[in-house]
Design a protein around this ligand. Structure first.
Ligand code: AP5
Length: 210
């Protein structure tokens, strides 16, 4: 299957993508994760991208489309994939169409802005292996280190409250119109982002019919 996860920052796209990806045996491609990796490695693209991500802005379309084009050409994508965080603009969606990709479903996880702020303030991430936690909802076993690799967890730079507000503004202005774009194609599935992660997973799997 070829699936897109849409949704506001912190709606739970990454969390659900990881679960569904394991269940269906297909990779998740997260443009946010690829960009963070490039920033960590200090590549030219990473240096340019960090100017946008730390301000809560979108990285320019041509950069992100290039990342996706390259990633989708890898052999592990042959059996399908989940796109987490791409596309985020109409030109990005059109570029995906232009690559001749036929999508099975676009899942939009719907969460109110007030809930997002609470989720972001509790998120902690592992800079080494990329695992994501929440102090209240998915706490690390010892409260501060990664369960998988033992590294001390950190707060994402773009989770600062003022940056979250800007990311939400950008989402509503630029990314939310994609719901109409995919609704017109008949493949949009709206999923209510519940308080419990497993409840959202149940609704997501039902929406996907798997
Ligand atoms: P990206 O990493 O994609 O950030 P995002 O879309 O803002 O999404 P998040 O990763 O913040 O949240 P999520 O929806 O995955 O939620 P999560 O599952 O972690 O992108 C970062 C930046 O890169 C962008 O701002 C942009 O600058 C750039 N970028 C990326 N893609 C781009 C593109 N295509 N074009 C241009 N620029 C691009 O959950 C959040 C927290 O809540 C976690 O702690 C989790 O444990 C918790 N949680 C999840 N579900 C639940 C639940 N049901 N109940 C309670 N807690 C929950």
């Amino acid at each position: 299957m070829k699936i897109i996860f849409l949704g506001a920052p912190g709606a739970g796209k990454g969390t659900q993508a990881e679960i569904v990806s394991e269940r269906l045996g297909i990779p998740t491609i997260s443009t946010g994760a690829i960009i963070r990796e490039a920033i960590k490695s200090g590549t030219e693209m990473g240096l340019e991208a960090s100017r946008y991500t730390t301000a809560g802005k979108l990285v320019p379309d041509e950069v992100v489309i290039g990342i996706i084009r390259e990633r989708l050409a890898k052999p592990d994508c042959e059996g399908g994939y989940i796109l987490d965080g791409f596309p985020r603009t109409v030109p990005q969606a059109e570029a995906l169409d232009g690559m001749g990709i036929s999508l099975d479903a676009v899942v939009s996880i719907e969460v109110a802005d007030e809930t997002i702020a609470r989720r972001m303030s509790g998120r902690r991430v592992c800079d080494k292996c990329g695992a994501s936690y929440h102090l209240e909802f998915i706490p690390p076993k010892d409260g501060k280190n990664c369960d998988k690799c033992g590294t001390e967890l950190t707060i994402r730079r773009d989770d600062a409250p003022e940056v979250v507000l800007e990311r939400l503004r950008v989402y509503h202005e630029t990314t939310e119109p994609l719901k109409d774009f995919y609704s017109d194609k008949g493949i949009l599935k709206l999923v209510y982002g519940c308080e419990k992660i497993e409840d959202t997973t149940k609704l997501t799997l039902e929406a996907l019919g798997v």
